[in-house]
Design a protein around this ligand. Structure first.
Ligand SMILES: [Zn+2]
Length: 49
């Protein structure tokens, strides 16, 4: 399993579940639109529009 963004090997179970390393995950949270298509169906927030 590798980070979907930078391709680094993921060691943590959490990271593997996310599909991102800790750093990329943080960035993806800051810019959700960037990963919206990658992690479809994994949103815990209701989206409108
Ligand atoms: Zn990464």
């Amino acid at each position: 399993m590798e980070c979907a963004k930078c391709g680094r090997k993921l060691k943590d179970l959490k990271s593997i579940e996310r599909g991102y390393g800790p750093k990329c995950w943080k960035k993806s949270k800051e810019n959700p639109d960037l990963v919206d298509m990658l992690r479809e169906g994994d949103t815990d927030e209701a989206r409108t529009g």
